[in-house]
Design a protein around this ligand. Structure first.
Ligand SMILES: [Fe+2]
Length: 365
């Protein structure tokens, strides 16, 4: 099997290219948008046909290139069915196999860093691509994207440490120049998860970490909900894998947005949720007729019982709070969510219909 490890310097992300040397069919794991031309050139030089572009999880630190590579090569995009996104061609689960030529990757679900993390293991179990579940002498963070330290501990012990001792482990990142490790090495030396550390010790350790907010999360997360496909493609609906529920544009801040005109013309195409405070809805700007009121602070609690596949548009005064709500909902696994661009200020500038009657906060189920 042909194997290449590639690196993105800005985000310290590893991308892996695997191919059957005879049939020249290839897969790529965790490609980075900024490196698309590099990866396409390598595929050309090595005379490979990309059949699948895989992500180990929905990344928060870089925009994925799976959507763009799929579009440029005809490959299919692959993500876990637990990733909470609607953009992939193929959704995988525990035990699934991804074939390329005579080679294959086995899917192992390894949640904990995110709820939808998977590890891809080569058919002969000589290599595993762990994403951010297990890093060299470390682990992914568990404080974002439905992360869970107990789940991560179990994933690593049950799904990764159970591989053969000599199995080489290739992580999603390394910040210290290391490139590869092995099952035996991490089982013994991983300071968080190896050396006989208990689940309790790991959970305590993770809860004390004070990690900075990921630098690119505001751009990366919303874009990655659409497999990182660039803005122009989304708007034109050219790319089939993008959920075509609305003409979405990604804002400069990385938030999926729809225009007020679209919301007005397509009432009924999505649930419209106003995330302002109750007093603002009867104020000067009023509110969209028959909108639901759920103040921003209550969105997370209220949304726990909502249908994650239903299209949702969030609205506020000017787009700030609704952007936050959209990001929050996306992080909870809502597949079709957008913020209304410019909020009620833009709505009223366009003289769209307004209701000024007071509204009650929608009851939480
Ligand atoms: Fe990650």
């Amino acid at each position: 099997m042909l194997f290449r490890q590639l690196f993105d310097l800005e985000t310290s992300t590893y991308t892996y290219l695997l191919a059957d040397e005879q049939t020249r069919e290839a897969v790529i794991i965790d490609p980075v948008l900024e490196q698309v031309e590099r990866d396409l050139a390598l595929l050309r030089d090595l005379e490979l046909t990309l059949v699948y572009a895989l992500d180990t999880h929905v990344h928060a630190d870089h925009v994925t290139a799976i959507g763009t590579l799929a579009e440029r090569t005809g490959a299919k995009t692959v993500l876990s069915e637990r990733a909470g996104v609607g953009c992939a061609d193929v959704y995988v689960k525990e035990g699934d196999r991804i074939a390329f030529g005579r080679c294959e990757l086995e899917v192992r679900e390894t949640p904990g860093h995110t709820a939808g993390c998977v590890t891809y293991v080569t058919g002969d179990r000589s290599m595993a691509f762990t994403g951010d579940a297990l890093l060299i002498r470390g682990s992914g963070r568990t404080d974002f994207q439905q992360g869970s330290a107990p789940a991560l501990y179990r994933s690593v012990h049950e799904k990764i440490f159970s591989l053969p001792d000599a199995c080489l482990l290739y992580p999603g990142h390394d910040y210290k120049g290391r490139t590869v490790t092995s099952v035996a090495e991490e089982r013994k030396h991983n300071p968080r998860l190896g050396g006989g550390r208990t689940e309790r010790e790991f959970v305590a350790f993770m809860s004390e970490l004070q990690l900075a907010y990921p630098k690119k999360i505001d751009v990366a997360l919303p874009a990655n909900l659409y497999c990182g496909v660039p803005k122009g493609m989304l708007a034109s609906g050219e790319v089939e894998s993008v959920p075509a529920w609305a003409p979405i544009e990604i804002s400069a801040g990385g938030i999926p947005e729809v225009a007020p005109e679209w919301v007005a013309a397509e009432r009924g195409a999505a649930r419209v949720i106003d995330v302002r405070e109750p007093s603002e809805l009867s104020g000067e700007l009023g509110h969209i007729p028959s909108v639901e009121l759920v103040p921003l602070a209550e969105v997370e609690r209220a949304a726990a019982s909502w249908d994650r596949d239903e299209p949702i548009v969030v609205v506020c005064r000017s787009g700030g709070r609704s952007g936050k709500a959209a990001r929050q909902l996306a992080g909870m696994g809502f597949r079709r969510v957008a913020s209304m661009r410019g909020g009620m200020t833009a709505w009223s500038e366009r003289r769209l219909p307004v209701d000024h009657r007071p509204l009650e906060v929608a009851p939480t189920a």
